[in-house]
Ligand binder design. Structure first.
Ligand SMILES: CC(=O)N[C@@H]1[C@@H](OP(=O)(O)OP(=O)(O)OC[C@H]2O[C@@H](n3ccc(=O)[nH]c3=O)[C@H](O)[C@@H]2O)O[C@H](CO)[C@@H](O)[C@@H]1O
Length: 370
């Protein structure tokens, strides 16, 4: 019996690793232990609930206004005491401190590591900060690299990483399709905050922004764009689940409260988020996961970043890279709002991040290799 340990700390890691854990647990000759590092505790609990499972080990690392050094040090020390001695494999995902530290500890202990969502690169180690460093660092020690796309595999090849690279799609698509197929009802909170959910004439727009690179000037400029569009376009309803990060939360709540067609909400459960996405005409977002999931649900994304390590959806024509300039956001929004033919073309393209089978492929590969 093999023992695989999944280490995760944030909401997107839970969304992208729990489908893999479910696939692994279907196998007879493997058992898994899920360790939650506690990096973003509150946002993660909901995801476990949605997938109907719980973490096996929970670390308590969350501190108010935690520094990067503080998180990294606490997760490394906490994990060191808890990583099971008999682990045959450590699995990490993406680009967080938890992923970096999980792979580092596996390296220290001589345990092989598998990296899910390997090969995403911006090319600038300072942006996104610190994610670009984290994912590059994981690639140095990982033995298996599960790249979501050929582009990501090409990024690894450019760094000399050729062995055990498997292009499987992104597990975010497995998660989104699995949960959407359950057709779970929206929460009472969402129903009350967004009565337009059942009004087929209302045009809904999903908004989200939380990247560190947008703190300060970027978020101010995004807020100015949303305020201007909302005032000029009362035919649209804007739904913004505001990230709890203090650099975002305060300024968004202060600047956009009391505008009738802007609904500022607490972070949505994953199921509610998918319901809003399915109901949205378009999304304005800097989120990586939303850029990947939205093409499944006919929801073009205007990407609120200067660059993205997800060029596939831009190249395919599902999403548009807009940046954070107020005028550019307003122009791109109006164009897509008014040009229904463009909107239809953008929503008819196959999702370049996969078809919902990434977790099964990863589980099969690992079972035959470890
Ligand atoms: C630099 C970069 O791009 N890094 C990414 C970053 O993740 P991100 O940018 O995707 O992070 P978020 O936007 O926080 O999460 C998104 C998920 O959360 C769901 N959601 C959202 C709002 C809400 O109210 N309720 C929800 O349920 C949503 O549907 C989606 O699935 O780290 C990951 C981990 O390593 C990486 O994979 C990934 O590269």
């Amino acid at each position: 019996m093999k023992h695989f340990v999944l280490v995760l700390g944030t909401r997107p890691e839970a969304i992208k690793l729990l489908p893999l854990n479910i696939e692994l647990r279907k196998k007879e000759n493997v058992r898994t232990t899920v360790i939650l590092t506690g990096q973003h505790r509150e946002l993660v609990e909901d995801v476990f609930h949605t997938f109907g499972c719980d973490a096996d080990i929970k670390l308590d690392t969350m501190k108010h206004n935690q520094s990067l050094a503080g998180i990294t040090a606490r997760v490394l020390e906490g994990l060191d005491g808890l990583l099971p001695e008999d682990a045959d494999l450590v699995i990490v995902q993406g680009d967080t401190a938890s992923a970096f530290v999980g792979s580092l500890l596996a390296y220290y202990r001589g345990i092989p590591c598998a990296h899910v969502e390997a090969g995403l690169r911006s090319g600038d180690v300072h942006s996104p900060f610190p994610e670009e460093f984290n994912r590059r660092a994981v690639s140095i020690t990982a033995r298996w690299h599960f790249a979501p796309t050929l582009t990501a595999a090409g990024n690894l090849a450019a760094e000399g990483i050729h062995d055990h690279v498997h292009v499987v799609g992104n597990t975010s698509i497995d998660a989104a399709l699995t949960i959407a197929a359950k057709n779970l009802p929206p929460s009472d909170m969402l129903r009350a905050a967004l009565p337009e959910l059942t009004d087929s004439n209302a045009r809904v727009v999903l908004v989200s922004a939380h990247r560190r690179e947008s703190f300060g000037e970027g978020i101010t400029s995004i807020i100015a764009a949303i305020r201007k569009i909302a005032k000029e376009r009362p035919d649209f309803v804007f739904v913004w689940p505001v990230h709890p990060n203090p650099n975002i939360h305060g300024v968004v709540m202060e600047s956009l409260a009391n505008i009738g067609n802007i609904r500022l909400l607490k972070p949505l459960s994953y199921n509610d988020l998918l319901i809003v996405m399915q109901r949205s005409y378009l999304a304005l977002s800097d989120s990586g996961g939303i850029q990947e999931e939205a093409p499944c649900f006919a929801c073009p994304v205007l990407v609120l970043r200067k660059t993205t390590e997800r060029p596939e959806a831009i190249e395919a024509g599902c999403n548009i890279l807009v940046g954070t300039d107020t005028g550019a956001i307003v122009d791109a929004f109006n164009r897509l709002a008014d040009d229904r033919a463009l909107h239809r073309r953008m929503t008819e393209i196959d999702n370049p991040y996969g078809d919902g089978t990434a977790s099964r492929k990863i589980a099969d590969t690992l079972l035959s290799a470890v």
